[in-house]
Unconditional design. Sequence first.
Length: 202
Amino acid sequence: MDKNLAKQIYEIEVENLINAKSVFETETFNKFVSTVFQTNKNWWRIIMSWVWKNSFIAAKTAATMSSIWIPSFYLDTNDALHWDLWMITNKDFVIHLSRSWNTDEMLHTAFHIKKLWFKQWALTCREDCKVKEFVDLFLPIPFIKEADVNWLAPSSSSTLLLAVCDVIWLTVSAMKWFTREDFFAFHPGWALWQMLKNELNK
């Protein structure tokens, strides 16, 4: 195994994460967080939309939100185009995740969501996305390159989307004063529940 190559791949991933920190200084990011917080106060749902490899990021972020009292689920853009748009209501926010946001199925989904007057946002690793004309809030994340030797395979971009999503949801969680006692009350799964039970002497 080429240890230098392994380190190089890791360093590219880290470089992308460090470079993207500037997004947290933007007004758009601040609006993202404040709107998610306000949305949660009204108990509206966040719907994570995705295509292909970012499906795992969307599923993970939806699960994270649900675990901290932000009602959420995820929706495949291909499924959305085949009757699943009915699951979206006027009290939902759709958040699309994509590296490029220029694929036909994602643009087609965003177009129809806009026609239905539903609220939608986009997180992407590119500034020059066609989706801008359809969404209410557009947050481009500074991105350098993928970590594989060809700079093509989704790697750094998906890591980046996951990290920024985690920052958004966990910031909102802190703003909500979500506590360890809340985790104990609403996460009765054995390992976490047992640890908190011993800690809180419940």
